[in-house]
Write a protein that binds this ligand. Structure first.
Ligand code: MLT
Length: 215
């Protein structure tokens, strides 16, 4: 456990024991906070540093990373601004804690801001695991994501994200050059054991020294 520095986002930071592993940027879902995904991050990547910000927007008291007009209908101007703020926070945290570009691990609202950041500020992330994401922006930015690994896990029975929408996001990121792996699991919006097993496998295939390792 490391005492967090005062940066532009409320956050928690846990220093890793293996500096060769990329840090994980943990992005919670609506109503979560900076503590939510720490246990999951620690079990998925035992040696990695963990950086976990709290979404700065409140919706009926529930933290989020950007405003929405209705479920699945985003305030895109706010999303663009907040994705920039989060990318700036990552740069601050990298300088403050001396860490490399992180791999995002985002769930739902956290996955959506990670997807927006990949398209708007591709330099901020070394890769991303997007759990139950959807297309974040109707006007797709032209990003260069050459070689950036992205894992997308969707649920075939997700009442919030239609399968077609998740496939469109995978396509957008792939066209920008990302190395996208997309699986549709027999699941709803919530995470299942299958999600965890697949994320573990994907991260393991990218250990330092492996030909698929993060840059
Ligand atoms: C969002 O607002 O990002 C999506 O609707 C997912 C959610 O947080 O419910």
């Amino acid at each position: 456990m490391t005492t967090p520095k005062t940066l532009s986002f409320v956050h928690r930071f846990e220093s890793g024991t293996d500096p060769a592993q990329p840090p994980l940027l943990l992005l919670h879902g609506t109503g979560g906070d900076e503590s939510d995904l720490l246990p999951l991050g620690r079990s998925l990547a035992p040696g990695a540093s963990l950086l976990s910000p709290r979404g700065p927007v409140l919706e009926n008291g529930m933290p989020r990373f950007f405003r929405r007009l209705a479920e699945g209908v985003f305030d895109e101007a706010d999303l663009r601004r907040r994705a920039g703020d989060l990318a700036d926070f990552i740069a601050e945290a990298r300088a403050a804690y001396g860490i490399a570009a992180p791999v995002a691990l985002g769930f739902s609202n956290g996955a959506n801001i990670a997807a927006a950041m990949l398209l708007l500020r591709p330099e901020a992330l070394a890769g991303a695991v997007l759990l139950r994401p959807m297309v974040p922006l109707s006007d797709v930015p032209a990003a260069d994501l050459a070689g950036t690994p992205v894992l997308i896990l969707s649920g075939s029975a997700d009442p919030i994200v239609p399968e077609e929408n998740a496939r469109r996001l995978a396509d957008q990121l792939g066209r920008a050059g990302a190395e996208v792996e997309h699986a549709v699991l027999p699941a709803g919006h919530g995470l299942t054991k299958d999600d965890i097993v697949r994320v573990e496998g994907w991260l393991r295939r990218r250990q330092p020294g492996d030909q698929n390792a993060f840059l």
